[in-house]
Design a protein around this ligand. Structure first.
Ligand code: NAP
Length: 345
C-alpha cells in the first residue's frame, strides 16, 4: 500500500507518519523542504522513508503522487494551500484524505472537485480529524434513530491541554472572516451565512447545568445535509473555544509552539455532539476523546488505509458516505475515543 503525506514536516504530519509506521506502512513524505522532511522522517522512526520535494505546483505534485494509492494532506492553512494538493491527487488517480477543519475549504472541495473526482474514479474525503469527522459520523447514527429528522445541532467543546499549534493558529487567522461570522448554516435547502443559530445553550454529557454556546463555523455543517435529510443543520461551540478562535491575531499565532507537547497527565479533552430532532422523535449522539492532534493523525491514517484497502464510491464524500460510521468509530475506540447514541436526555 503506497500512502503519500503532503505537509509531512508539520506537527500533525509527523504524528501521521508515526501512526503509519505503527501500522507497518512506510509512507512517501512530500513537502517543500528536503531538510524538514528528512528530520520528520527520522523523528517519526522512518529514517529510510522515501522523500519527494514538491512545491504547491500542480504538475510537480501530480508527478510526486504517481503510483500512490492515497494522499493524506496535512498542510496549513487549507484555505490558502490545500487546493493544489486535491487537484494533483485527482490528476494522479490517487484517493485523497485531509485533516482540515476549515468550513470554507471543505465547501470548496465539494463544490469544485466532486465531478473531477467522479470522472477520475477516485474518492476524496476532506475533514478527517477530531472534530467535523466525528460530528459527521455521529450525526448519521443519531439521525438513523429519528423518523423524519428535521433539525440537527452540532456542538463542539475542547477543555484542558497545552493549547493549539502554530499551524492551527495560522489557520484561525486565515479563516478569521468565517469564524467572526459564525460561518454557514444549512437551512431551507441551502447553505447560508447570516442566519443565526437557534441553539444558545447545550447541556453537555456529564454536566448538570447548560453551557452557553455560540454559532461556530463547524465543518460538518457542509457534510451532514448530504446524508441526513434534515431541513436545518447548524453548528455551535462552547463560548470559550469560540473566544479563543475569534481573538487570535497573527502575532499570537506566530508565538504559538510549532510542536506543542501533550502533557500525559492532563491532555486536552474533546467532545463532539449531535442533537437530532424530528416529527418522529429525538436522539443525541456524542463522541469524546483526548489528545486532539494525536487522534487526528490516527483517524487520518485509518481513513487512508480503508480507502486503499476497501475503496469507496468515487467523488467527494462525507465521512459517513465513505465509511460505515459505527464500524470506523468502533475501530477508533481502540485508540481512546468513547461514543454513544441514545435518546436525548
Ligand atoms: N479538528 C480539526 O479541525 C483539526 C485537528 C488537527 C489539525 N487540524 C488542521 O490541520 C492543519 C495542520 O496543522 P499543524 O499543526 O500540523 O500545522 P503545521 O505544523 O504548521 O504544518 C503545516 C504543514 O504545511 C506545510 N506548508 C505550510 N505552508 C506551505 C506552503 N506554502 N507550501 C508548502 N507547504 C506548506 C508545512 O511545511 P514546512 O514544514 O515546510 O513549513 C507543514 O508541513 C491545520 O490547518 C490545523 O488547523 C485540524
Amino acid at each position: 500500500m503506497r500512502i503519500a503525506v503532503y505537509g509531512a514536516s508539520g506537527h500533525t504530519g509527523r504524528l501521521i507518519l508515526a501512526d503509519l509506521r505503527r501500522r507497518g506502512i512506510s509512507p512517501l513524505l512530500v513537502g517543500r523542504d528536503a531538510d524538514r522532511l528528512r528530520a520528520a522522517a527520522t523523528e517519526s522512526g522512518l529514517p529510510d522513508a522515501a522523500i519527494h520535494v514538491a512545491q504547491l505546483d500542480d504538475q510537480a505534485l501530480a508527478q510526486a503522487f504517481r503510483d500512490v494509492d492515497v494522499v493524506i494532506n496535512a498542510v496549513a492553512p487549507f484555505i490558502e494551500f490545500g487546493e493544489p494538493v486535491v487537484r494533483a491527487a485527482i490528476a494522479a488517480g490517487a484517493h485523497y484524505v485531509d485533516i482540515s477543519g476549515e468550513q470554507a475549504h471543505i465547501k470548496r472541495v465539494f463544490d469544485t472537485y466532486s465531478e473531477p473526482a467522479r470522472q477520475a474514479g477516485v474518492t476524496v474525503v476532506p475533514m478527517v480529524n477530531d472534530g467535523g469527522f466525528l460530528g459527521d459520523l455521529i450525526s448519521s447514527l443519531a439521525a438513523a434513530r429519528v423518523e423524519r429528522p428535521e433539525h440537527v445541532t452540532l456542538a463542539h467543546r475542547i477543555t484542558g491541554g497545552t493549547g493549539i499549534s502554530r499551524g492551527s493558529g495560522r489557520t484561525a487567522v486565515a479563516n478569521a472572516d468565517t469564524f467572526v461570522s459564525g460561518g454557514e448554516i444549512y437551512t431551507r435547502d441551502d447553505w447560508r451565512t447570516g442566519t443565526p443559530a437557534r441553539t444558545t445553550k447545550v447541556t453537555f454529557p456529564g454536566d448538570s447545568q447548560p453551557s452557553e454556546v455560540v454559532k461556530f463555523a463547524l465543518s460538518e455543517v457542509v457534510t451532514v445535509p448530504r446524508h441526513v435529510p434534515a431541513d436545518h443543520v447548524e453548528g455551535v461551540a462552547d463560548a470559550e473555544i469560540a473566544t479563543l478562535f475569534l481573538n487570535i491575531t497573527t502575532e499570537l499565532a506566530e508565538a504559538l509552539p510549532e510542536f506543542p507537547r501533550d502533557d500525559p497527565d492532563s491532555p486536552d479533552r474533546f467532545l463532539v455532539l449531535a442533537d437530532v430532532t424530528g416529527s418522529g422523535g429525538t436522539a443525541r449522539g456524542y463522541v469524546e476523546g483526548t489528545n486532539t492532534y494525536q487522534f487526528t493523525a490516527i483517524a487520518a491514517a485509518e481513513a487512508a488505509v480503508r480507502l486503499a484497502t476497501d475503496g469507496a464510491q468515487p467523488g467527494v464524500l462525507a465521512p459517513s458516505q465513505a465509511f460505515d460510521p459505527a464500524d470506523i468509530l468502533e475501530a477508533l475506540a481502540a485508540h481512546g475515543i468513547r461514543w454513544s447514541v441514545g435518546p436525548t436526555p
